[in-house]
Design a protein around this ligand. Structure first.
Ligand code: HEC
Ligand code: HEC
Ligand code: HEC
Ligand code: HEC
Length: 459
């Protein structure tokens, strides 16, 4: 049942005798080999295309061009259209829908996606005040809406001032422009670039122009992995290049990672890095706290530090989120409709259930406990901020107390955010979530002691 750590540290590609080629900013390896989870199922394979389709003006082959060559993968990719963004009567300032080709094929419609800022976690409005996510933060949609979402998320604000950084994980066409123009591109205005692109996250984001290989080309990921790039699977890294935390360099606006290897991919080490390098995403107006925003740390919760149980057993992101399935003619292929493994009855039956008695109930119990506790800690952070503001107004704090409380606001909110911005609601690593929230709570206890007022909120 359990594989040893040394087994995990070796990419499955290497185990199977393939050699991963590592070039600066690029890692490539062969697809479709190696002993997998998915017991009893064949590992899908594919042959390289006989004739390479013509790349577009950016140099990428578009999803549609693969439809006859890899029909199973392509058709399952199209099913992502069902996982559509939340509809709000809202368009980011400076965005003109009528002139853009981005939105063809998508008519926004009401759905059951959550509005985090206004419905589920209203504490975001206080804790993120002064930063984009306090205005707008919803449950994500699927990869095929990435360009729509980035221009309609109400966070980009004035697109002539916002920089290009957030386009990094939204289209492979931008990655090509980064290659061509270098890091200067990250100090350019969002609006000067976004309307050139018409391909959402697609085949090229994970495969380059050859779907029989996996490749990682997101700027900065190579730095984040340090010496571990060859030791960890590409199946995890292709997702991790976008599903990870990062922050924009204060001077160059280049998306920069706080990591230098997998051991460093844990919340307290990342915070230490941001502290050591004076990273400040925004300054909190009323208290002067230097704040950090955290992004979707899915790679960290699965692989970071010692890793979780499932990655230690050899499972990668794709084993749960794009498992092998069969076409009508019996061909095995990887399901490219990225969804919750809990929506896949076949996977649960043949795989998860061999160890988990009731994986749905187990995940729900983790999420109820951990998402509930994170929300509770968020409300507590919010109350602490108000207590802090009151003390500032009364003028009762020493400089030393003020500076300690500013740091506590930065760090406690950071831990709360690290957990909250992760999309599995605690399922990917229940124990790491508990440890992270305990750190948040310990800081708030300390703040309560300094302020002489409790921040605890009745649940
Ligand atoms: C978000 C990343 C991602 C995107 C986007 C993506 N793939 Fe894949 N693809 C994978 C992964 C991961 C595998 C499994 C590789 C493995 O296990 O070695 C895979 C496997 C494949 C394979 C090998 C056979 C199989 O089914 O496992 C083919 C062919 C393929 N993809 C085609 C495509 C095409 C065509 C598109 C676009 C329509 C696409 N992929 C988009 C990640 C992606
Ligand atoms: C190029 C960047 C990129 C890569 C590579 C990538 N993702 Fe994503 N992923 C995103 C973005 C951005 C979103 C949100 C899109 C939106 O809301 O429009 C997303 C959304 C998702 C969602 C939907 C979330 C939801 O709540 O419905 C899943 C599941 C997902 N990704 C899994 C994966 C897996 C598994 C891989 C690797 C095989 C992967 N992603 C690779 C950027 C990426
Ligand atoms: C052992 C299986 C497993 C592995 C490995 C795994 N996940 Fe998940 N993932 C889950 C479960 C379970 C959930 C919660 C699903 C739910 O709430 O329905 C989830 C949720 C998510 C979500 C939110 C989407 C949704 O539909 O709820 C994203 C995005 C995601 N995972 C990305 C990743 C990425 C990226 C990796 C690798 C870095 C990864 N996962 C590895 C099991 C896994
Ligand atoms: C070979 C046995 C085995 C199989 C098969 C298995 N799991 Fe697990 N899983 C475990 C064990 C053991 C743990 C750790 C104990 C616990 O918390 O339940 C675990 C933990 C988890 C966790 C918590 C995160 C972590 O890794 O600590 C998730 C989520 C999970 N499993 C999802 C899945 C899903 C989804 C599948 C099917 C695709 C699956 N598991 C298949 C044995 C297994």
């Amino acid at each position: 049942m359990r594989t040893t750590k040394s087994r995990r540290l070796i990419s499955r590609k290497l185990v199977a005798g393939f050699v991963a080629i590592a070039v600066v900013g690029l890692v490539a390896g062969a697809v479709g080999c190696a002993g997998k989870p998915n017991p009893g199922y064949p590992t899908p394979t594919a042959e390289a295309p006989a004739v390479m389709p013509q790349p577009d003006q950016f140099g990428i082959v578009k999803a549609e061009q693969w439809k006859d060559i890899y029909p199973n993968q392509y058709n399952s990719y199209l099913k992502n259209a069902d996982n559509a963004p939340i509809y709000e009567e809202y368009t980011a300032e400076g965005v003109d829908d009528t002139t853009s080709a981005l939105y063809e094929g998508y008519t926004p419609k009401p759905n059951d996606k959550a509005d985090y800022t206004h419905d589920l976690y209203p504490e975001i409005q206080t804790l993120g005040k002064g930063y984009g996510y306090a205005k707008y933060y919803t449950e994500p949609a699927s990869h095929v809406y990435s360009l729509w979402t980035v221009t309609h998320n109400g966070r980009v604000g004035d697109g002539s001032k916002t920089k290009t950084g957030c386009i990094t994980c939204k289209t492979p066409q931008f990655s090509k422009d980064v290659d061509a123009e270098g890091n200067e591109i990250f100090s350019k205005p969002f609006n000067d670039y976004i309307y050139k692109y018409d391909e959402n996250i697609s085949c090229a984001s994970c495969h380059g122009n050859d779907p029989t290989t996996l490749r990682v080309d997101r700027a900065g990921w190579t730095v984040a992995m340090g010496d571990d790039a060859d030791k960890y699977s590409l199946q995890g890294q292709v997702c991790g290049q976008c599903h990870c935390d990062y922050s924009m360099d204060p001077v160059t606006s280049v998306p920069t990672s706080p990591y230098d290897g997998v051991a460093s991919m844990v919340p307290d080490k990342a915070l230490q890095w941001y502290d050591d390098h004076n990273y400040v995403d925004w300054t909190y107006e009323t208290t002067g706290a230097k704040m950090i925003a955290v992004r979707h740390a899915e790679y960290e919760f699965n692989y970071g530090g010692e890793g979780n149980h499932m990655t230690n057993m050899g499972y990668d992101c794709n084993d749960c989120h794009m498992p092998a399935t069969f076409a009508e003619d019996g061909t095995a292929y990887s399901d490219h409709n990225w969804q919750s493994p809990l929506d896949n009855e076949d996977l649960i039956k043949r795989d998860c259930s061999t160890c988990h008695k009731d994986i749905k109930a187990e995940v729900k119990a983790w999420q109820d406990e951990l998402d509930g506790r994170d929300h509770q800690d968020g409300l507590r952070c919010e109350k602490f901020v108000h207590n802090f503001e009151d003390a500032i107004a009364k003028g009762t704090l020493t400089d030393e107390q003020t500076s300690r409380l500013q740091y506590i606001q930065r760090a406690a909110t950071y831990y709360w955010n690290f957990v909250g911005a992760e999309n599995s609601e605690g399922a990917h690593n229940p124990q790491l979530v508990r440890d992270t929230l305990s750190k948040c709570e310990a800081l708030l206890d300390e703040a309560d002691g300094i302020l002489g007022v409790s921040s605890v909120v009745e649940s």
